[in-house]
Design a protein around this ligand. Sequence first.
Ligand SMILES: Cc1cc2nc3c(=O)[nH]c(=O)nc-3n(C[C@H](O)[C@H](O)[C@H](O)COP(=O)(O)OP(=O)(O)OC[C@H]3O[C@@H](n4cnc5c(N)ncnc54)[C@H](O)[C@@H]3O)c2cc1C
Length: 399
Amino acid sequence: MLRFDPTVLALPFFESHHRDLALNVSDWLAGPAGSDIDAITRDADPKVVGRKLTRLLGQADWLRFVVPRAGDSGQPKLDVRSMCLLREAFASYHDLLDFSFSIQGLGCAAAGLYGDVARFNQFLAASASGEMLGSFAISEPEVGSNLAAAALEARLVDGRYVLNGVKTWVSYGNIADVHCVLVRTGEGPGAMGLSLLLVPADTPGLTIAQDIALIAPRAFATLNFSNCEVAADQLVGVPGMGFKYALQILDIYRVTVAAAAIGFCRKALRVAGQWAKSRRIGDEFLFDMQMTKSKLADMAVYLDATSLLVARAAWELDTRQGKDISQRDLSRHISIAKLFGTDGAQQVVDDAVQIMGAYGVVKDAEVENLYRQIRLLRIYEGTSEIQRLIIANNLNFKS
Ligand SMILES: Cc1cc2nc3c(=O)[nH]c(=O)nc-3n(C[C@H](O)[C@H](O)[C@H](O)COP(=O)(O)OP(=O)(O)OC[C@H]3O[C@@H](n4cnc5c(N)ncnc54)[C@H](O)[C@@H]3O)c2cc1C
């Protein structure tokens, strides 16, 4: 079963290797791997599930798509269209499969894109195989949307950084082997004084302060750094550039979040549509009622619109960034995809629950799971409000 809309894949935004990838990942999910994922996700502990799914993704070689590789210019890059296709497929199968894929990518993106390749080669190889897990630790108790205010201090003392402070809401923070941490190194004020540092999880002075339970379970933690010493060569790229690096990584991942939303919604439409076709209300099937058709039609419109917005933004990131598109246009397109894709997904899943009536709110019914899972997407990688600010700030009123 192809887990994509072939008419979208046929568009010139995609190349033949993307179409092959779409077929391959669909086949993979339909084969024995599907049963492995089903077995793994029956475990109630999200930490165990997270570790096993990441390993499975590594063994199947899917994680190489989130580890940056040298592009035509020799500079490391990611193929955002491939990442989007994979997230769409994984999300349509199980949200933790998608989550494991994306968190592993976030954990190693900075090292691969901006770090010293020789220095971080081993970490990147182990990330691609799923043997090592990463996390991207940027939020703090007082710092979420306002990332430039990150306060976790990293003081350079005798060639080592000494870290003091707290990171929170860290996905896979309690199972990662290495954390990519946004720290204040103080090269300049505000955003100009931040850097990214790779911190092995077993570094003395770093403790998991707290596991956090969410409405859609996943491994999630607060990290406490107390006189935690890290070698200076663990710093990624140029000191003081951490904020810029983090925003560039978030730009890429924002588009992929919208792609994941498509995967969730494809599942919602399939489940609700099949239900409507088989559920009798009096003499009719639910599907035959106009208000049901109206909901299903809106879902289909959402899927097409989001697919096109994601394809545009991903294609621009892959082929036009730094060449023939302004950063303002690109940022606006990325945020439009994220905002429309994740806000719209909420309505799609809500409609699917409504079509199923009481059966839709039974604990662990497919759409009940989706209802809880989809809510998270409007918050991480920049909230919907932040996307609106970016869109408005990058509008062009001249044309
Ligand atoms: C599922 C999930 C996974 C996550 N994974 C990670 C992770 O791996 N690593 C990590 O570091 N963090 C992670 N986070 C944290 C996430 O990045 C933050 O929750 C997010 O940036 C928002 O920050 P906040 O929660 O502190 O909300 P706040 O920044 O306090 O915002 C609260 C509300 O105010 C609104 N708001 C903020 N500023 C403005 C403004 N200027 N104008 C209008 N409204 C505004 C926001 O949109 C929001 O609705 C994750 C969160 C979730 C839910």
